[in-house]
Design a protein around this ligand. Structure first.
Ligand SMILES: Cc1ncc(COP(=O)(O)O)c(C=O)c1O
Length: 386
């Protein structure tokens, strides 16, 4: 481990709360590059859609193995713009997961399409066997938004087979899994388009909101560049009903200079913590969720399923000064923003997803965790009784 930052050193001397995200240590690590990037943008006199965004888009496309990356304002817009580009229209059915950030479904609702839900597998990701069966029967489903949840990659060769067999459009939601691989392929390369989020808690989190679209189709990339910028095709020439969804120069510069170069190192640390949790948590009442076998995961989150009263487990962790989260306490199909505003369909039961909604707890897993903090989390998990 490298020498601890000042923030970490204070934690070493007097153990404090083990937090879910350590933005202060992140700042201590990136400060020099981030300030230099800010200064460069300020001095350049060019604030919006300039060289910094282009530079970051080039780096991001290279990292993700995509031909084109298009920066935009956030992950929700990246999903919505991608659905628009693929021509998914009002009333069209789009298959997705009930266990995700609400934004995944919100993007489908916002274009007037009908979200259709299938259950998840034992890792919490959309169940591709069930997807296959649903698509066999429902020939009017034209698109799918699968989510690489918790930092795990869905099986991309399976996804590709589904795409080819049913000729459906796929937008991969990679918000939680930037850099994750399925076998030798990177997430975001099988779908027609992919959406990324740089929301601060994400594994490539910026110092504010940000997002990106990936595609390997030049025509889609051109349309995405237009749609993110009021639908302009040239200055003051508006051909499409667009959005104001630009990634700004400041965030692009910080992402490119300070955050992207650290992603691999951060993933190695997350992997190490995941490995220690997997081997160290032995309490039979806590089920560590395995990663999918083909996935080289980036461990955006570390979910466990608690076989007992979840509130008691969370209270126990809190007493031991350990923060925990829940991803997600409610299925999307139970959210009023869906049920009160949109038509939607559910294929089969959502039993497995419901298990996650009722029993999932996320343990701290961030690159600035100290070894002593990792041990505290493991000990606290193992000492819980109910
Ligand atoms: C799976 C998933 N999709 C989409 C989003 C939306 O991203 P953003 O918050 O940047 O709009 C998020 C982030 O919350 C997410 O976790």
């Amino acid at each position: 481990m490298p020498s601890p930052s000042l923030v970490q050193a204070v934690r070493l001397i007097s153990p404090m709360e083990v937090i879910l995200n350590d933005f202060k240590s992140q700042w201590a690590e990136i400060e020099t590059e981030a300030l230099a990037a800010i200064q460069r943008v300020g001095q350049s006199g060019w604030i919006v859609l300039g060289k910094e965004v282009s530079r970051f888009e080039t780096s991001l496309a290279a990292l993700m193995g995509a031909r084109h990356a298009i920066g935009c304002a956030n992950g929700l817009d990246a999903l919505e713009i991608s659905l628009r580009i693929l021509g998914i229209g009002r009333g069209e059915k789009v298959l997705t997961t009930p266990l995700s950030a609400f934004a995944t479904t919100l993007a489908i609702q916002k274009i007037g399409a009908v979200p259709c839900f299938v259950d998840v597998d034992s890792c919490g990701l959309i169940d591709l066997d069930k997807v296959d069966r649903v698509l066999e029967q429902e020939s009017d489903i034209k698109a799918m938004v699968p989510v690489h949840l918790y930092g795990h990659a869905l099986d991309l060769s399976r996804l590709e087979k589904i795409k080819n067999k049913f000729k459906i459009k796929i937008i991969e939601d990679c918000a939680q899994a930037i850099g994750a691989m399925s076998g030798s392929r990177s997430v975001g390369t099988v779908g027609d388009m992919a959406a990324l989020s740089f929301y601060p808690t994400k594994n490539l989190g910026a110092l504010g909101d940000g997002g990106a679209i990936l595609t390997s189709t030049a025509q889609y990339a051109t349309l995405a560049r237009s749609l993110r910028d009021y639908g302009q095709t040239a200055k003051y020439v508006h051909e499409h009903l667009g959005y104001n969804s630009r990634l700004d120069e400041l965030h692009a510069a910080i992402l490119n200079d300070a955050l992207l170069p650290r992603l691999e190192g951060a993933t190695v640390k997350r992997e190490k913590i995941a490995h220690l949790y997997i081997n160290g948590i032995t309490n039979p009442a806590i089920k560590v969720i395995a990663k999918p076998p083909h996935s080289t995961s980036v461990w955006h989150l570390f979910p466990v399923l608690v076989n007992g009263p979840r509130a008691s487990f969370q209270a126990h962790m809190k007493e031991k000064l350990i923060q925990t989260g829940i991803h997600y306490p409610f299925l999307i199909t139970n959210q009023k923003a869906l049920t009160n505003h949109s038509k939607f369909e559910v294929f089969g039961t959502l039993e497995a997803a419901q298990q996650f909604a009722e029993h999932e707890v996320s343990l701290p897993i961030h690159p600035y965790m100290l070894d002593a903090e990792i041990s505290r989390v493991i000990q606290a998990c193992n000492s819980w009784r109910f």
